[in-house]
Design a protein around this ligand. Sequence first.
Ligand code: ATP
Ligand code: LTN
Length: 335
Amino acid sequence: MTSKPRLFSGMQPSARSLHLGNFASALTQWNQMQSEYDAYFCIVDLHALTVPQDPEQLRESTRRTAAQYIAAGIDPKASTLFVQSHVDAHPKLAWILNTITGFGEASRMTQFKDKAAKQGKDSASVGLFAYPMLMAADILLYQTRAVPVGDDQKQHVELTRDLAERFNSRFGRTFEVPEVMTLKEGARIYDLQDPASKMSKSSTSDAGVVWILDDPAVTAKKIRSAVTDNDREIRFDRAKKPGVSNLLSINSALSGKGISQLEEEYAGKGYGDLKGELAELVVETLTPIRNRTLELLADPAELDRVLAGNADRASEIADATVRDAYEKVGLLLKP
Ligand code: ATP
Ligand code: LTN
């Protein structure tokens, strides 16, 4: 078997398409990590249920998310790409972790506070409260060493480390204590219409979000209509020129060129050039991924077969960890 260090990450199937931010930061970096790590990439559908979902749309979004991972370069033979609800061990270990998490500790999670505030405190579900312990289970089931996530998820990985250490010291060594691996900040992409907010699957307005599965003509139009500012200088300044800076970041993420090189190339040129060339670059990058995704989705039975095979592989490791944890806490094991 492999002796590469293990890596785990995931995304919620919370929209019908992934967006340019997911692609430019998470998917691109996951791709690069596949060869150095024994990587597990999960579509965390149980997490998606922590906020209201339309059942048919959730099922469809789960397949679409899987297809986009593969189309963007995640190789389901080299990495284990699977759907969380296909592996029963996840909610099982999450329950055990719930029993060793303090109510106060879980109440301090900022994502819970933000999402609960958005929904109104009384309509937020107990599932939303338990979200971080399910995420900890995801990670700990696989004896994961590295967890690549954006800044907003760091606190959850810290909690995961605390729970692993607590369990290990109470019941004996059971879990590897994972490390956060912060995704490169440079790759953060903002909304094209509201460059103060990050581009997000749950954005309420569509015009500022570049969806991987958008029609190329729609994508080009969104980029050409991106908000900029009234002066005409193309330079990176997040505070004073968020719109232009965002366009430079997107260009840099996709072309691999540094920001200062781009500033030099665009010296003396106008916003029209910046947007027109970026529209071409984005369309050129996303079109093959979109086409491949649509091809994969045209054969859902084959996609489901690949996902099932990967889930079986994941279950072998995850089931062994749950059995160990069950035994350590004193549950009577079924022979
Ligand atoms: P939601 O709105 O449902 O929270 P999201 O668009 O914020 O979704 P997540 O599912 O939370 O996306 O994140 C998936 C991955 O994509 C994470 O690793 C996250 O860091 C990355 N990501 C999300 N949005 C951006 C962005 N705007 N720029 C760069 N990376 C992003
Ligand atoms: N909460 C994460 C998704 C997620 C995850 C995980 C990431 C669920 N389980 C385990 C890393 C490891 C998010 O919203 N991006």
